[in-house]
Design a protein around this ligand. Sequence first.
Ligand code: APR
Ligand code: PHB
Length: 393
Amino acid sequence: MTRTQVGIIGSGPAGLLLARTLHLQGIDTVIFERQSRDYVESRIRAGVLEKGTVDMLRTLGADQRMNKFGIPHDGYALAFNGRLERVDMAKYAGDGVMVWGQTEVTRDLIALHLDAGGIIKYESPAIAIEDVETSSPKIIYEEDGVTKTLVCDFVMGCDGYHGVGRQTIPADKLKTYEKIYPFGWLGILSDTPPVDEELIYANHERGFALCSMRSHTRSRYYIQSELGDKVENWTDDMFWDELRRRLPPHAAESLVTGPRLEMSIAPLRSFVAEPMRYGNLFLAGDAAHIVPPTGAKGLNLAASDIFYLSRALIAFYSEKRTDLLDRYSEVALRRVWKAIRFSWWFTTLMHKFSDDSLDYRLQVAELDYLTGSDAGKTVMAENYIGLPFEEFE
Ligand code: APR
Ligand code: PHB
């Protein structure tokens, strides 16, 4: 039975950001990942980084490719009622975002951590977490078909919505909140130039659409799809035709289409589990909360949790302090809930929920107000670039 300081379950953004941050402070970790490295590095995920996430990647030395190929954006557009209104983030919130795929973030963090001697056990699922109420919690895992045990000082559930971390917290100690949206997002990835220089979020009577990108030659588009819809129901041409119908005229005319590299459907939910700590088990990222992708908050909330959790662990190992560990859940959740709220609000503002024309006109009126008011544009800008982290030291 071997031992480490911090056992981490999951090599997604949360687990990797934490392991890299702790490694730079000389704190030993082991990451358990149930999938293969190739599988993890091939997952198509979102592509907008808040300033706090960009700063974290820079601090961790994971920014070389981002600095070279990432695309800084100072604004994004809201399309509604045939109009295209820009939200100037630089003007109304004093900053912007970085367009850089989560896939690339993950690849860079994995390479960096392994090159520095970090331990990531791929295809080694954590099957249980035990003794979390003691000072020696254990991760029971499988490696090459053999069941093994790792003893830790702390266990980090960075294992996403379906992971074992949250399930280890006794049901009577955990409060969960969930909202399932009555639609999904059908997404396409294509090697075509983006339709515009910045992202376009479109509210249309037929449904929501989003024009995003991965580079100047690779685009990512989404259209709101019916619950139960399947990728096999859609040809590339059907997707492109429906996307055009939902865009303002200029964008529809300049859209460059091409064959899919990937097409997938994602369900939309809001979810929060409280608290994000039980004994010496801590949750971070999707293990504790899920947002609809409308506000591009998923990856950024994982980074937000790690901003706080890494500081708490470093304070423990460097000064034997437990106060930040005790405050982690409360402080992390304060920022989580504000992002959950914005993602829910932006989703309700931009998507079709019914055929009731009044609902649509109310959404158009709200978008007309927000884009015609400095206060409204400030709300749209400061929430999108990410609200500030609280002092935590
Ligand atoms: N044992 C080992 N690994 C596990 C287990 C387990 N029992 N259960 C899940 N995992 C792994 C998954 O294979 C995945 O690689 O945990 C990782 C969790 O990573 P994410 O789901 O990416 O979650 P997180 O790191 O919190 O990042 C959140 O990633 O999925 C996106 O939309 C999400 O943008 C958000 C971001
Ligand atoms: C993406 O590029 O995949 C993306 C961008 C913005 C979002 C969601 C997804 O809000």
